[in-house]
Design a binder for this molecule. Structure first.
Ligand code: SF4
Ligand code: SF4
Length: 369
């Protein structure tokens, strides 16, 4: 007996697949499945998070609908994956709320925080909002650096704690005891596999869409989104070091490292997020978890808006639009941080952990651990 009906279905499919094994070369899911004769809830959640949703095993399967076996591995694992995000989230109640209204909550949070910052500035000095401010410290005319650091530091800290609690729950559920660090070899293998999205390639031909003509566009847009996000995060870290170690205040000139990193990352995020949206509409409805597309859409939308408002701020920071644009950008970033633990952001983290476990299992079988 499993905890949910989707895990029951995943167990049924994995049992069929374990007898068939036709798809064992497509990705990591099937070799990991073959290491087991029966499946606990944790095993199924592990396999679900190992799946990259490429769709190849549906297209290749001789037992997919209308066959009476009704084998649909991508969709079943997509639903199990989404349910696992909710089960591991901390606090869990927020996850259920976000799953139903993700996009609305993200946008309302962003606009509320932007309005708060706007009101905060207007209360202190109206001219600050409509004036033109240039040079070091211009952004802090709107909101003092201390208040900004406290607000965003608290949001970031909250996100990190909630994510850490989720990771702990996942790590426990898939059968790795808490506190047992992965060996360095498994960790390195998983980082490489996650960094190159090794298993998002349909066994080499690309991801499948509604027209059954596989391509690598989802992989490319995922890369642009992930590395764009990483560059933006690096830009924020460098700017923080500039502020505290070198006493250099934002905004920085165009050629300076935080701006170069942020601009490249922002462009990557814009193209990546827009591309992921476009690819989402092209996917075969049979392959995806249609009930939870809102959660995906919320995360992609917030990434897109973070980048869009950041680039707009960069372009118009020396005009009177700087105040409203900064308030809007900060509101979107705040919303992104605080909703991260309840949305699609977690899929990258859980998938990487699943890859660590997979690498570890393989190394154990090979006698390297
Ligand atoms: S998805 Fe279909 S073809 Fe692939 S292993 Fe499972 S039953 Fe066999
Ligand atoms: S959808 Fe792709 S990644 Fe997922 S199990 Fe099937 S072949 Fe593997």
């Amino acid at each position: 007996m499993h905890g949910t009906s989707i895990l029951e279905e995943a167990d049924r499919l994995m049992t069929v697949c374990n007898s068939c094994r036709y798809c064992e070369g497509l990705c990591a899911v099937f070799p990991a499945m073959e290491m087991r004769r029966s499946f606990s809830d944790g095993d199924l959640n592990y396999l679900a998070n190992l799946c990259h949703g490429c769709g190849a095993c549906y297209t290749d399967c001789q037992f997919s609908p209308p066959h009476e076996f009704n084998v649909n591995v991508p969709r079943t694992l997509a639903i199990a994956r989404a349910e696992s995000y909710a089960a591991y989230a901390w606090p869990r109640a927020l996850s259920a709320l976000f799953a139903r209204n993700g996009l609305a909550i993200s946008i309302i949070t962003a606009l509320s925080v932007a309005a708060f910052i706007f009101g905060f500035a207007a209360f202190n000095d109206r001219q600050v909002l409509v004036g033109i401010h240039t040079g070091p410290g211009a952004f802090y005319q709107l909101m003092p650096h201390g208040a900004m650091a406290a607000l965003f530091g608290a949001a970031f800290l909250y996100a990190m704690i909630a994510l850490a609690m989720g990771v702990r729950a996942f790590w426990r559920d898939i059968g790795e005891p808490v506190g047992m660090s992965a060996d360095a070899g498994s960790l390195w293998q998983a980082i490489k596999d996650a960094g190159e999205l090794r298993y998002l390639d349909g066994g080499g031909v690309g991801c499948f869409n509604a027209d059954e003509r596989p391509n690598d566009l989802r992989k490319i847009y995922h890369h642009l989104t992930f590395y764009g996000f990483a560059l933006c995060f690096a830009a924020t870290c460098v700017a923080t070091l500039y502020h505290y170690l070198l006493a250099r205040e934002a905004p920085y000139p165009w050629w300076d490292l935080p701006v170069v990193l942020g601009t490249l990352g922002g462009i990557g995020l814009l193209i990546g997020a827009a591309g992921l949206f476009a690819e989402k509409w092209k996917r075969d409805p049979a392959l995806v978890d249609q009930q939870r597309t809102g959660m995906d859409a919320a995360f992609i939308a917030m990434l897109f808006l973070t980048s869009l408002t950041g680039i707009a701020l960069l372009l118009w920071r020396e005009t009177a639009a700087m105040g409203p644009l900064l308030a809007l950008h900060l509101g979107v970033v705040f919303s992104l941080f605080t909703t991260m633990p309840y949305g699609k952001f977690v899929h990258g983290i859980y998938r990487t952990i699943a890859l660590v476990r997979y690498a570890r299992e393989r190394r154990m079988i090979a006698g390297n651990v």
